[in-house]
Design a protein around this ligand. Structure first.
Ligand code: HEM
Length: 407
């Protein structure tokens, strides 16, 4: 890819299967046109680190709530994926966003996350044992299905009170819902996400009713009780945010663990140091978040006219924040194309920033920091067993299958 690739071609290629597989040269092609790139009237693409960071904190830029979606995707109201998504905190703006975030924030304080550590260590230990059984005698194992998905699913299952035997069955629905976040050319593309969302809505409506009748110690019981005591949320808003927690709490952490393992396999020196010294895990995970992020792009829309680093932005402008490009901005990072787990002051954009900063950031980091050294130490000869496949997605990008031999 040369720097002469015109921006529209680069954007089109980015959304093709080839672009999704390796988007990084295309980000460089776009960066050649500057950190803020107008793509015709009403559309702006941002590739700079400082610019993405500011945009995430800019109150004039809105997340994709129902009113924004009316402007962007007429017809969306006939689709249950987006009907439910626009009732959760990620796809809402104030005053609703503050209300949701206050309500659910109590469950994700640093203290509560830290208290989960022993349970997480136990869950991960059990899943590493399971991986050893599956890979006995050199049998290839799909690391994504058998470990990278199961770790966060077990964590969210434990938090939300989803029985262990039901957990593996959620993978298809969770994955299908994330496809609704991809740019939509044709509303029919939302069909898989709609069906999956309907399925999860039935599950969580029922779960909330069961926990209301017989409360347990899980988060669903706690939040149902809080809702009934305060009336701060409608039942539908409660269910919508439970679904967000399950999907956000599973798919992206799965990709973080998958990407981190792949990077370990590609960088045996770094992997060896991490095997020796698990205290290096935070640096390794942070660099994975920067270098090959599970979330590559975020969308915003301008609520009003405003000036953005000298670029006039009109109300209604659609702003695409290519945070994965921002993570490789040479103005922010020395040698941005080098995977360097020892990098100081990382500040990756992958967990967002500002009002929508990832609510589960601490939990995501903790599970990856525990899971990765546990796998590497248990299997010193771990090796790829064939080429991995990528899911055909950019917003939430990761491996479909990653076959390994657990040596
Ligand atoms: C590596 C793993 C993860 C990544 C890359 C990730 C990424 C993100 C990003 C980029 C956003 C904000 C999107 C925006 O600004 O438009 C976000 C928000 C959110 N994330 Fe995460 N996330 C991860 C793990 C988790 C986990 C484990 C949970 C739950 C336990 C979680 C729950 C949430 C929630 C509830 C929000 C909405 C926050 C709000 O709108 O105020 N995430 N995440």
């Amino acid at each position: 890819m040369t720097t002469a690739t015109d921006p529209r071609t680069a954007m089109t290629t980015l959304l093709s299967p080839r672009g999704k597989r390796d988007p990084y040269p295309l980000y460089e092609a776009l960066r050649a046109y500057g950190p803020i790139l107008p793509l015709g009237p009403g559309q702006l693409v941002v590739t700079g680190h400082a610019e993405c960071s500011r945009a995430l904190r800019e109150t004039a830029l809105l997340s994709t709530d129902a009113a924004v979606q009316d402007a962007l995707l007429p017809g969306w109201r006939d689709h249950s994926s987006w009907r439910w998504l626009t009732r959760n905190m990620l796809f809402s703006n104030n005053p609703d966003h503050d209300r949701y975030r206050r309500f659910f924030g109590v469950a994700f304080t640093p203290r509560r996350i830290a208290a989960l550590r022993p349970a997480l260590e136990g869950l991960i230990g059990g899943l590493v044992d399971r991986l050893a059984d599956l890979g006995a005698g050199g049998a290839p194992v799909d690391f994504m299905a058998e470990f990278a998905f199961r770790v966060p699913m077990a964590v969210m299952g434990e938090l939300l009170g989803i029985p262990e035997e039901e957990q593996p069955g959620f993978r298809g629905a969770i994955g299908a819902i994330t496809t609704a976040l991809e740019p939509v050319q044709d509303l029919a593309q939302l069909a898989p996400g709609d069906a999956a969302m309907d399925q999860l809505a039935v599950y969580f409506t029922d779960l909330a009713a069961r926990r209301r009748a017989r409360p347990g110690t899980d988060l669903v019981s706690e939040m149902v009780r809080l809702r009934d005591a305060t009336g701060e949320l409608s039942e539908e808003e409660l269910v919508a945010n439970f679904m967000l927690l399950l999907v956000a709490g599973t798919e992206a952490p799965m990709d973080l663990i998958g990407n981190a393992l792949r990077l370990a396999l590609e960088h045996p020196g770094h992997a060896a140091r991490l095997r020796e010294d698990p205290s290096l895990a935070p640096g390794f995970v942070e660099e994975t978040l920067r270098f090959d992020p599970a979330a590559q792009a975020l969308n915003r829309m301008a609520a009003e006219d405003f000036d953005f680093f000298g670029v006039p932005v009109a109300a209604g402008t659609k702003v695409t924040l290519l945070i994965a490009a921002g993570n490789r901005d040479p103005r922010q990072y020395a040698d941005p194309g080098v995977f360097d787990p020892g990098r100081q002051g990382n500040h990756a954009l992958t967990l967002s920033g500002g009002a929508h900063y990832c609510l589960g950031a601490g939990l995501a980091r903790m599970q990856a920091e525990l899971a990765l050294p546990a796998v590497l130490r248990r299997f010193p000869g771990l090796a790829p067993a064939g080429e991995p496949t990528f899911r055909d997605q950019l917003v939430q990008r990761g491996f479909g299958q990653l076959l390994v031999k657990c040596g």
